[in-house]
Design a protein around this ligand. Structure first.
Ligand code: BTN
Length: 271
């Protein structure tokens, strides 16, 4: 790990909260932000804050410059080198209801909107909640939820590949891409995070007010639809054609034996 002075001399600057607040334009989301230069995972940081104050207001964000044990979906790790990605976890408290699964879809839409605003790059979506540039992953989303009487406490982790060093493992470079590779420059973390927060707040409100608009906007750019896929789930693999999504974002799969199946979790591999 570089010392503070080595980082300073190489042009690396820690997160500037005033700069982030300058771009922030929300009612409740992201007003409180906890930044750590190095942490294990912003998911754990957010969980500790929540554990220490059960009544903390919805909307705080944990951000880190580097994660030592960044985690992804399905028990995978998330490479989190210093100052190369945006590593954030949002705390969102909501009532328990059937629309809660839409939160990861709302997050994917917000990532695409924020990236468009910050870099003018158009992104698309891969089921269940990857945000892609053409066929490569730019951003991943991880939701962890806790129930507490009538409340659902959601920790929404969002990682965006902002800028990568050349030593990124080749197996990652084959399937993922950073914004600086696409545009030739890396957007500032502060501006990208503020734009993401600005985009996410109205999407969260839309989950209860017009859930169908969230699913509709997302499925319009869901490139998985119409493809022949193998779906890896915890119960094994299934082959079929992705024909659409239902109102909660489940994938509708036409199996090779002619039957339809709705799938709520898994990993898509194109055939
Ligand atoms: C995935 O696509 O598998 C989800 C990746 C989620 C990564 C983010 S980075 C910020 C937050 N902290 C973590 O440890 N993971 C999420």
């Amino acid at each position: 790990m570089l010392s503070f002075f080595e980082k300073y001399e190489s042009g690396w600057m820690p997160f500037n909260i005033d700069r982030y607040k300058y771009f922030l334009d929300t009612q409740f989301l992201g007003k409180n932000l906890y930044y750590r230069e190095t942490t294990n995972s912003t998911m754990d940081d957010a969980r500790s804050i929540l554990d220490s104050d059960q009544n903390i207001a919805s909307g705080f964000i944990c951000v880190a410059g580097e994660q030592l044990s960044g985690r992804g979906r399905l028990g995978r790790s998330w490479i989190s080198n210093p100052d190369s990605g945006l590593y954030s976890t949002f705390y969102i408290k909501t009532v328990i209801g059937e629309n809660a699964p839409l939160i990861t879809i709302a997050a994917a839409l917000a990532v695409a909107e924020a990236v468009k605003l910050t870099t003018n790059v158009d992104l698309n979506f891969k089921w269940p909640n990857d945000v892609m540039y053409e066929e490569k992953k730019v951003s991943g989303i991880l939701a962890e939820a806790y129930t507490d009487s009538n409340d659902l406490k959601i920790l929404l982790g969002i990682g965006i590949n902002r800028e990568w060093a050349e030593d990124i493992p080749s197996e990652i470079a084959r399937i993922a891409i950073s914004l600086s590779e696409i545009t030739g420059f890396a957007p500032s973390t502060e501006k990208l995070l503020a734009n993401l927060t600005n985009a996410l707040e109205p999407k969260i409100l839309a989950i209860s007010q017009s859930p169908e608009s969230i699913v509709h906007e997302w499925s319009d750019k869901l490139t998985t639809i119409g493809r022949e896929i193998t779906l890896n789930t915890i119960n094994g693999s299934i082959d079929g054609r992705a024909t659409g999504v239902n109102e909660t974002g489940d994938l509708i799969l036409l199996l090779d034996d002619g039957q339809y199946r709705n799938i709520s979790a898994g990993d898509v591999v194109l055939r």
